[in-house]
Design a protein around this ligand. Sequence first.
Ligand SMILES: *Cc1c(COP(=O)(O)O)cnc(C)c1O
Ligand SMILES: [Zn+2]
Length: 560
Amino acid sequence: MYPAHPNGQPSIMLECINCHTRVPLDRRVAGCPTCGENILEARYDLTQIDVQNWLPIIKRRKPNLWRYREVLPIYDSANIVSLGEGGTPLIKSEALAASLGLKHLYIKDERQGPTGSFKDRQATVAISALKEMGVTELVVPSTGNVAIAYAAYAARAGIKVWSFFPSLTPGDKMREAALYGAEVIKITGTYDQTKELAARFAKSKGIFLDRGIKSVAAIEAMKTMAYEIAEQLGDELEDGECWRAPDWFLQGVSGGMGPIGVGKGFQEMLDFGLIDKMPAMGIIQSSGCAPMVEAFQRGQRIATPIDNPQTIIATLATGNPGRAYELLYDYVHRHGGYFTTATDEEAFTATVILARTDGISVEPATAVTFAGLIRMVRERVIKPDDVVVMNCTGHTMSVEKHILGEQWQHSVDLSEQNKTPALPEEGLLSALQQVESQVRRIVIIEDNGDAARLIQRILQAQGTYDIQIAENGAQGIEIIRSTHPDMVITDLMMPDVDGFQVIETMKSDRKMSRIPIVVVTAKELTVQERARLSGQIDMLLQKGSFLDEEFVENLVSKLN
Ligand SMILES: *Cc1c(COP(=O)(O)O)cnc(C)c1O
Ligand SMILES: [Zn+2]
């Protein structure tokens, strides 16, 4: 079943995406011999694979991307350079999904790769392929993650890397590549200029150049994400009986390699009969560098390059998407999808929300995807029942300093107290009180613990709050009396003392009557009930509705 070595009849062919000429996968095929097209796609002799037997074999293999090795462009598995990449978890989102009103939101957690981004997939396949070709030196232009991943894998393979970075790349990322032994060349210019310079350097020195999306390895590597998602969604939604494609695959896009590879993966699985449909593709770009989105909105199949990207998200600063956009445009026209943008600000906000709702810390390029998701849900492009998979492409490193601004820490300085031994405890106490006085206190009265915690997590995603949860009305009133919070959020239907009674008790007590009240209810209110609440509360929220930032902002504004 394993593809034959080139000595025999090679079973991996390269097909020109333009004129469909086929050539065997061999050393350094640079382009189509007929028309000169740069992008050639790998084609496998799928008839050699007996799908019924293949699936149990896959299941027995290690959970890394080489478990799909029959559809990867390596002849001899002895050449595989691996650090255990791929096989990343598909995490079901809870709080974020609920706050968006989505039932099936999944996060493909690519942060869990060996170097913290989905570029590990590309690196393992590319470096293995180079090893098979006997290449010993490599030039790679990168906005950070590709070079880091290549440098790590190349170190294992004994291949020398020359990495070229645009100056926008965070210094820590360049240092990381240098740590793995790569030569680091920083270019004062855009990413597109950096690519040009790297190509010239490679040509003049006769060194192999990694051509990103134009390389077979890159697309083939990214496609393994599709195989994993289909297998994992099958386990999740079909009890492992069969594989399953999501309704949506979403990603923050720069060069477009991820969605192009993933699209190819789903197409292969459809051809195999492993899945029964293709997912729609959600492409999100940073609004300061969104040539694909702009072209799509104009209805154009060719993108106009952006010469001077206006985003600080270096990872997404490809100004000239070239052919990649055409491929994605065609995909979206055939199978559905959407192109949209998110601003850097929206991305930073989304980073914080995701970290505080689902406990996932991502780099800004990834956060753009989540900001785009919020937009697509608002615009009703994505529906509540859709199965949505987000590519959680990379981890926040210590390099992302701008996300939290300056006010992210409370500091308590004990150095003065230590010098004056008198009253140290009082000093500590007043320091802590100062910290506490900056934090807003909210009491949630809700007999359903899950619902209470969900509201708590959504609020905490937006700011620092001291939140106390009461399980019933009586306990709630007790807490409100003793802590005097800045706001009360209460359910209406509760056993014994219900929400109406809580509100009436608060309103009839001068100490509590001015605390803002937000009512959260699953109940359709009767005319009488509405009358009872009228003038007493500050906000009414129907459960299961949209608990988005706007809602929270609205709520927070009531705090002041
Ligand atoms: C490379 C990268 C992207 C963009 O990927 P493409 O599919 O090549 O556009 C997004 N996020 C992270 C973290 C990346 O490293
Ligand atoms: Zn051709």
